[in-house]
Design a protein around this ligand. Structure first.
Ligand code: GSH
Length: 122
């Protein structure tokens, strides 16, 4: 059986949330990580058509429509792997700290500008 592919954008706080979860759950070997690239974008956009492509994106099998919601992706693995989130420490640490800070920054200056700051474009 093929390993699902997790497409990530290196500067994306939602992608990091999924990676923190996968790491704490000991599930990093359950996915193949793929960086956001023109080629990957084109492949995924072909599949989802007019829908807006966002990261993280989890593709369970080649050619399949990717899941594109970070909480939905986490929920998928919680259910399929029988994970108990109550015992997690790193995920709530990230979600209530840096993630909240990012969301505050977005509220303050907007998503596009916040992404540009994080990506070092401005
Ligand atoms: N609600 C989504 C938000 C994901 C999101 O906004 N991702 C941004 C990057 S932080 C994105 O992919 N934007 C489109 C792009 O960069 O092309 C989630 O939780 O997964």
């Amino acid at each position: 059986m093929s390993v699902p592919t997790l497409f990530l954008k290196s500067t994306c706080p939602f992608c990091l949330k999924v990676v923190v979860f996968m790491s704490e759950a000991g599930l990093m070997d359950k996915v193949k990580l793929e960086k956001d690239s023109d080629e990957n974008r084109a492949t995924l956009q072909d599949i989802i058509g007019d829908e807006k492509l966002t990261f993280p994106a989890l593709q369970l099998a080649a050619g399949e429509k990717p899941m594109m919601d970070s909480d939905g992706i986490i929920d998928h693995f919680v259910k399929s792997e029988g994970i108990n989130l109550d015992t997690f420490q790193a995920l709530p640490y990230y979600k209530t700290g840096v993630m909240q800070g990012y969301l505050r920054m977005v509220k303050h200056i907007g998503h596009a500008e916040a992404m540009d700051v994080i990506a070092g474009k401005i």
